[in-house]
Design a binder for this molecule. Structure first.
Ligand SMILES: NC(=O)c1ccc[n+]([C@@H]2O[C@H](COP(=O)([O-])OP(=O)(O)OC[C@H]3O[C@@H](n4cnc5c(N)ncnc54)[C@H](O)[C@@H]3O)[C@@H](O)[C@H]2O)c1
Length: 513
């Protein structure tokens, strides 16, 4: 079945090509992406064409493949009202029964992985080769993981010699999820799974750039047995997100987005003392020592910079390489990057896709132009490709200093900055000299050094001899400006519940008079 349940609308697109070569002759079929309606509220698709039209553009060609409408105030109201109504019964349900629904949804997602992955590719432009393994499957992992944990939300008891106390974890109520455009299916599932497992309802607003996938997540959750109203999807830009954030019925906002948006949303939520989880941007370092396995280090740097065309929050875009191995590292890196296969992302042979939006491509090109002007050398890529859509190849910058904008600012595109260092203390100090603190990586065969560095790095997630893997059982999130709170793992259950303490007096009650 095609995405959106509508008949396929075949269009011809060219097949895979290596970087810089001409397209092959083979033709492929692109399925239809238009959803049944813009929003999913109270268990059903809802349309209201009164809201602004939002085009969904296939980044590989620049064509509009679907249109949705931003939520009007009436749509936002319906979503919130249904969530408030549904949450009370959901919270009273046996947790194991809640978990069973989430685990059923995980099975449905896995069974439909290809259809969902194609939709993710149309929404974002990421290669199908990636989306088949990283998006819906990661969403299914989260639903399965939190479905299993749902029955294990426990409090604690404290003894005071006679009197005692205990805590119970209570759901927060109605939670809002707001997504970025790079992982629309995964972000919806990572937020929905712990929220629903712990007895909350969620109203989710996808990024206006990638509005399609969260609708499918809602459809599948309800097919798995989720009662109506518990996972609602409303479309729209910033103002819709702001309306949800400031509504008095909302207890928590979980945002995945940039640091500037995070500051705005956290400030708005703080006014009403709402809970927040902030998954924000980064400029993460990867430290590669002279004893590192060179092939693994190159692979880690490639995965940490060019996967999803660099549109990954945790990317290790400042690659610090020990000066004794820097020439060898760069030679191997440029050789391997030249073998990236660009082409239509729906072709499974393709492993490098376009930027998701033209605006983001322009931001990336602006950073590269500024880096050149500041004296950087472009060792690979660096310019827009002459083809329809929003294309730039994997780009490597060298001859850099730490004060250059390309080394300091999040670029959110396929741009790796390669820097060199002399010793561990220097590498560590430079790695930590940033307001961001999302992630970091270290490649070395010296175990003691690996753990010493990991402990000293100021970042929420550190990978040793690996990069960017995020299993559902592992907490993920940022420190410093990169965020507040953690997604995934048991910790996320704490972020969607609050402790209530009950003191038990065993008598007698002493009083002064
Ligand atoms: N830490 C993580 O887990 C993680 C994951 C993916 C992306 N990101 C970050 O996201 C950014 C890229 O995504 P983006 O460009 O979509 O981010 P963005 O900050 O522009 O938008 C994020 C979301 O916030 C909404 N929004 C904008 N203004 C709002 C407001 N005032 N109130 C409420 N909602 C508002 C947007 O409509 C969108 O849905 C990058 O900085 C990237 O690093 C972080």
């Amino acid at each position: 079945m095609s995405a959106g349940g509508q008949p396929p609308d075949p269009r011809s697109i060219s097949k895979a090509e290596k970087t810089g070569t001409t397209p092959a002759e083979t033709e492929m079929t692109r399925p239809d992406a238009q959803p049944t309606a813009s929003h999913f509220i109270d268990g059903a698709y809802v349309e209201d064409t009164g809201g602004d039209a939002i085009p969904v553009i296939y980044p590989a060609t620049g064509e509009t493949v679907a249109t949705v409408h931003a939520a009007t105030p009436a749509v936002v109201e319906r979503a919130l009202a249904s969530a408030v109504r549904a949450q009370v019964e959901w919270a009273a349900m046996a947790p194991v029964a809640r978990g069973r629904i989430l685990r059923r949804a995980a099975d449905l997602i896995r069974a439909r992985n290809r259809e969902l992955s194609v939709l993710e590719t149309l929404d974002t432009g990421k290669p199908l080769q990636e989306t088949l393994v990283a998006d819906a499957m990661s969403g299914a992992d989260a639903l399965e993981y939190f479905g299993g944990l749902a029955a294990d939300v426990t409090g604690a008891t404290m003894q005071f010699g006679g009197d005692w106390a205990y805590t119970i974890r209570k759901p927060l109520g109605v939670c809002v999820g707001i997504g970025a455009w790079n992982y629309p299916t995964q972000i919806a599932c990572w937020k929905a799974a712990p929220a629903l497992a712990t007895g909350n309802a969620m109203v989710f607003k996808p990024s206006e750039t990638t509005p399609l996938c969260a609708l499918k997540v809602a459809e599948i959750l309800h097919e798995a047995g989720l009662p109506a109203g518990l996972f609602n999807v409303v479309q729209g830009r910033g103002p819709v997100g702001a309306a949800l954030t400031t509504d008095a019925r909302v207890a928590k906002v979980s945002l995945t987005g940039s640091v500037p948006t995070g500051r705005k949303v956290a400030a708005a939520a703080a006014g009403a003392m709402k809970h927040v989880t902030m998954e924000l941007g980064g400029k993460s370092p990867i430290l590669i020592f002279e004893d590192a396995d060179m092939d693994d280090a190159v692979s880690g740097a490639i995965n940490g910079n060019f996967y999803s065309s660099g549109q990954v929050c945790s990317n290790g875009t400042r690659v610090f390489v020990h000066e004794s191995i820097a020439a060898d590292f760069l030679a191997r890196l440029t050789e391997r990057v030249a073998t990236a296969t660009l082409g239509d992302p729906l072709d499974e042979a393709v492993n490098f896709g376009p930027m998701t939006t033209e605006a983001q491509l322009d931001i990336v090109l602006g950073h590269i132009a500024r880096a050149r002007a500041e004296g950087a050398t472009v060792a690979a890529g660096g310019s827009r490709l002459d083809r329809p859509g929003f294309w730039i190849g994997p780009t490597i910058l060298t001859d850099l200093t730490d004060d250059m904008a390309c080394v300091r600012e999040e670029i959110f595109g396929p741009v790796m900055s390669v820097l060199t260092f002399r010793d561990e203390a220097e590498a560590l100090a430079r790695a930590n000299a940033t307001d961001f603190g999302l992630s970091a990586g270290v490649f070395t065969r010296d175990l003691a050094r690996a753990h010493r560095i990991a402990a000293a790095l100021e970042a929420g997630t550190i990978w040793i001899n690996q990069y960017n893997l995020t299993p559902a059982g592992m907490p993920f999130g940022g420190s410093k400006a990169s965020g507040i709170g953690r997604e995934n793992a048991r910790m996320a259950m704490d972020h969607f519940t609050e402790a209530q303490t009950i003191y038990v007096g065993m008598g007698p009650v002493d009083s002064a008079y």
